[in-house]
Design a protein around this ligand. Structure first.
Ligand code: HEC
Ligand code: HEC
Length: 313
């Protein structure tokens, strides 16, 4: 009986700490943002159905997207290496091969029409004051601009892999990799760190990385942090809601609203989990085994105790 009472007291205090004290302390120390599941409800809904073929013509022609962006899937390579591109634009304009699946369609349309608005960096870039965003606005190619933008989005979607086929690396590289290094995964802003055969190659690579990071720091005001273990220090909810709307946490921050789709974000989280917590699958599979062991052990201990006491009576 006494054991049961002690157990009950322990259980009650544990529950109080878990459900009341901890969440309260947490809410005092961290701002909580609920998020809206990447709905981007401030951006206008898409009203037109796009034509991918017409979109392709615009992307390569009047809209000049390929003047800055590679689309390697279509055989269009970058005009500059990442470090040089960063000198010109502050950041390397990303390869658009997977943009149609990593980014939300509504966000893409808004981005093409007005990058600073869609990215929520109008506090930094204001065309009226002569502070242009490095990605220019698309003013239309002479037809119905909303139709033309829908065509461009349809084209980007038509060349992108399906959500199930998108890899976590593709998603991270496109959505975050131009700004955030991930040392545990070997990722740098100028690409995946290769296995160097010669010291010179390593020096060249590190020089390009340093040049890139200098330009990026100038553009952003600070070097975006390495994301290797952010998933463990901040957790999934924080990272998701922060990416969905960085301004909601850090008003005036230079990190743009990236505009990822739900599928794109799932893949980014997977990448961060693999880099920050590489042993998690192993650990998760060990959990049930430990529980089973503990149960069996407790059973034997109980039986043993009964046996001992039975001899004393
Ligand atoms: C003059 C160069 C230039 C042109 C032309 C251009 N872009 Fe960009 N684009 C950029 C730069 C620079 C960035 C990165 C901006 C940043 O992250 O601050 C970017 C970013 C993007 C992104 C990623 C946005 C995000 O959320 O991170 C997409 C998608 C994109 N551009 C699509 C397009 C499309 C589609 C076109 C043609 C309609 C186009 N761009 C034309 C320079 C350009
Ligand atoms: C155009 C550059 C850019 C891109 C793209 C970008 N970030 Fe950032 N990020 C920044 C900058 C700059 C900061 C620093 C913000 C600050 O301290 O004001 C930052 C900060 C962060 C932080 C730290 C927030 C904190 O509480 O300190 C996280 C987490 C983060 N980014 C995640 C991501 C993820 C995940 C992606 C991809 C989905 C991404 N970022 C894409 C520029 C970028």
């Amino acid at each position: 009986m006494r054991e049961l009472k002690i157990l009950a007291v322990i259980v009650v205090f544990t529950l109080i700490t878990y459900y009341l004290v901890e969440p309260f302390a947490h809410s005092q120390m961290h701002k909580h943002v609920e998020g809206e599941g990447f709905a981007y409800s401030d951006l206008p809904a898409l009203t037109k159905t796009g034509d991918a073929l017409k979109g392709k013509e615009l992307v390569m022609g009047a809209a000049a997207c390929t003047g800055c962006h590679a689309i390697t899937k279509e055989g269009i390579v970058a005009g500059m290496d990442p470090a040089m591109a960063a000198q010109s634009y502050g950041v390397n304009p990303p390869d658009l091969s997977n943009a149609g699946v990593v980014y939300d369609a509504k966000f893409l349309a808004a981005l093409i029409k007005n990058p600073a608005h869609a990215l929520k960096v109008e506090h930094k870039f204001d065309a009226a004051k002569g502070k242009m965003h490095p990605m220019p606005q698309f003013y239309g190619a002479g037809g119905d601009i909303d139709q033309e933008i829908a065509d461009i989005v349809a084209y980007l979607q038509s060349i992108a892999p399906k959500a199930e086929e998108l890899t976590s690396e593709q998603a991270y590289k496109l959505a975050c990799g131009g700004c955030h290094e991930n040392r545990y995964a070997g990722w740098t802003q100028v690409g995946q760190t290769p296995k160097f055969k010669k010291k010179q190659d390593e020096l060249k690579f590190n020089l390009a990385k340093a040049d890139y990071q200098d330009a990026l720091t100038k553009y952003m005001g600070k070097l975006p942090p390495d994301l290797s273990i952010y998933i463990r220090s901040r957790g999934e909810h924080y990272i998701k809601t922060f990416v969905e709307d960085p301004q909601a946490y850090l008003a005036g921050t230079a990190m743009p609203r990236v505009g990822v789709s739900t599928a794109g974000m799932e893949k980014v989280i997977e990448y961060l989990e693999d880099s920050g917590d590489a042993k998690r699958h192993e650990r998760e599979s060990i959990g049930p085994k430990v529980m089973l062991f503990t149960l069996v052990f407790a059973l034997f201990a109980f039986l043993w105790k009964k046996e001992l006491w039975s001899k004393l009576h």
